[in-house]
Ligand binder design. Structure first.
Ligand SMILES: [Zn+2]
Length: 230
């Protein structure tokens, strides 16, 4: 049996790919529109299609609705299309199997909820969640000092973040606070910037340090001056 093939965004492949339409359910009907003197009969339809990526075999649902021939169709995917890929460390249990360093489970769980919020255009919740995830990093590393600002000071003092990164932390705090207290609704690009900062900070604190130590162990040391003179 041959299936219909359609192009759709694949979250796993991270780009539009060919999908098989495994099954589809179509509904259609008409309704009368009373506009002025004339009466129009409008045709509507909606289709639910189960799609399977021909590359990675991931399955998703596509819902298309059109309320009249003159209006454009709206299309929604379940799960929604992801504009950005999650870093691998977010899947704490899986990452733990392949790496001897991990990001703490609580920080990973908070960040996973952040990505769900981002996928569903819940930018305020995402900004609040990113702030909470960074707070969990600070408390885990330096203990709770009573406020976000005091925690940031302690993190910087302990050498986990540079002066430049400290400025980035201020931006995360600012975005999260404005979303909670001042009705700020971050744009998609604002959220992407805050996410970039948060992801690199978390990787820096938990993963890069360890990798730098590994590299140090593998690079042959320069002989000391004393040895050269002998
Ligand atoms: Zn795919």
């Amino acid at each position: 049996m041959s299936h219909e093939i359609t192009m759709a965004h694949c979250n796993k492949c991270g780009q539009p790919t060919k999908h098989d339409v495994i099954t589809a359910e179509r509904k259609e009907g008409t309704y009368e529109e009373h506009g002025g003197q004339e009466e129009d009969v409008e045709h509507w339809h909606e289709v639910y299609e189960m799609l399977k990526c021909r590359g990675c075999e991931t399955v998703k649902l596509r819902h298309t609705q059109q309320w009249s021939e003159d209006t454009p169709a709206t299309t929604v995917f379940y799960p929604p299309a992801i504009a950005r890929r999650e870093p691998p460390w977010v899947n704490h249990e899986l990452f733990e199997l392949f790496s001897n360093v991990t990001v703490p489970a609580l920080t990973c769980a908070l960040m996973r909820e952040v990505y769900i919020a981002v996928q569903n255009d819940m930018h305020r919740l995402a900004a609040m969640g990113i702030r909470a995830a960074i707070e969990s990093v600070m408390i885990e590393k330096v203990g709770d000092q009573g406020s976000f600002k005091a925690n940031m000071d302690a993190l910087q003092k302990a050498g986990y973040v540079s002066v430049r990164q400290r400025g980035n932390l201020d931006s995360i705090l600012g975005a999260g606070d404005a979303a909670i207290h001042r009705g700020y609704d971050p744009s998609c690009s604002d959220i992407n910037i805050v996410l970039d900062i948060a992801e690199s900070l978390i990787a820096e604190v938990y993963l890069h340090d360890h990798r730098a130590n590994e590299l140090d162990k593998n690079v042959p040391k320069r002989p000391s001056r004393k040895q050269n003179l002998q």
